[in-house]
Design a protein around this ligand. Structure first.
Ligand code: SF4
Ligand code: SF4
Length: 268
């Protein structure tokens, strides 16, 4: 059974996979797996951009998505025989049987199915089944030069899958598209001497949880910045200390990545 694995840490958001899908499917008829994709409006592979944090402390996350080739796929149930799962796990909309079935578009909770007005067809990623049949990779995977996006046999990716996530597991569809290293939340800020109007390099910043238990400790860099990454949502307490300065502390309720902004330190 095949799986897709996307390493978020490696993906740079080059959109190569999205373009590869167009290159492979627009104007090309891969019957019995898919009729041609229209030139516009369809994104069988789509790169989403998410901004975490607030300016100037922001991180961009790129999340390529496609059909998740779910093992418990609501599109198959809704298709009344027009959608099927191949033995290798790829989910295919039969272009002959699905003609005119616009309701299929709404059956996918991941919004992976598009309506082709001209052909009157619901369409989506086929996993490039026509290439897989020849022992090749899907074209999006082939054109990901950084190998952030990979495809292959489930057993070959067992270690990665053990540490991976799926998108929206609450849908309960058992996706075969796995994501590695999805970003956790961060807290950032900058520390400076309010009299001299200069940043403070080497200030000690500690992060404690709501029970005052130490979570992490760091020092400000030569920009006066500090970062705590890979945090979970929750309540935290941030304490900044520096020699010859009065200590500062703040409480944080973290539900999204946060730039706490300035910590102007007063001299003792
Ligand atoms: Fe580019 Fe690969 Fe990321 Fe797609 S998965 S945007 S091809 S780096
Ligand atoms: Fe069906 Fe949507 Fe799952 Fe793809 S992602 S198999 S279209 S339910």
């Amino acid at each position: 059974m095949k799986v897709f694995v996307l390493d978020t840490k490696i993906c740079v958001g080059c959109y190569g996979c999205q373009l590869a899908c167009k290159d492979e499917h627009v104007g090309n008829d891969w019957t019995p797996y898919a009729k041609p994709q229209p030139e516009s409006g369809h994104f069988w592979m789509k790169v989403h951009e998410t901004t975490h944090g607030q300016v100037p402390k922001v991180k961009l996350e790129y999340t390529p998505t496609a059909c998740m080739h779910c093992d418990n796929a609501p599109c198959i149930e809704a298709g009344n025989g027009a959608v099927y799962k191949r033995p290798d796990g790829l989910v295919i909309i039969d272009p002959e049987k699905a003609k005119g079935n616009q309701a299929l578009v709404d059956s996918c909770p991941y919004h992976a199915i598009y309506w082709n007005e001209e052909l009157e067809l619901p369409q989506k990623c086929t996993g490039c089944a026509h290439l897989v049949d020849q022992g090749q990779k899907p074209h999006c995977v082939d054109l990901c030069v950084l190998e952030a996006l990979r495809f292959g046999d489930e057993e070959d990716f067992a270690d990665e899958i053990a540490n991976a996530e799926v998108l929206n597991p609450e849908f309960g569809t058992k996706p075969r598209f796995y994501y590695l290293n999805r970003p956790k939340l961060f807290i950032a800020g900058d520390v400076w001497d309010k009299e001299a109007d200069e940043i403070i390099n080497g200030a000690v910043v500690t992060l404690k949880d709501s029970d005052e238990k130490l979570v992490a400790e760091t020092t400000t860099d030569h920009f006066g910045d500090f970062w705590f990454r890979t945090l979970s949502a929750g309540n935290y307490h941030v304490v900044v200390t520096a020699e010859n300065y009065q200590t500062q502390s703040r409480d944080v309720q973290l539900d999204r990545s946060l730039n706490m902004g300035d910590f102007p330190m007063a001299r003792m």
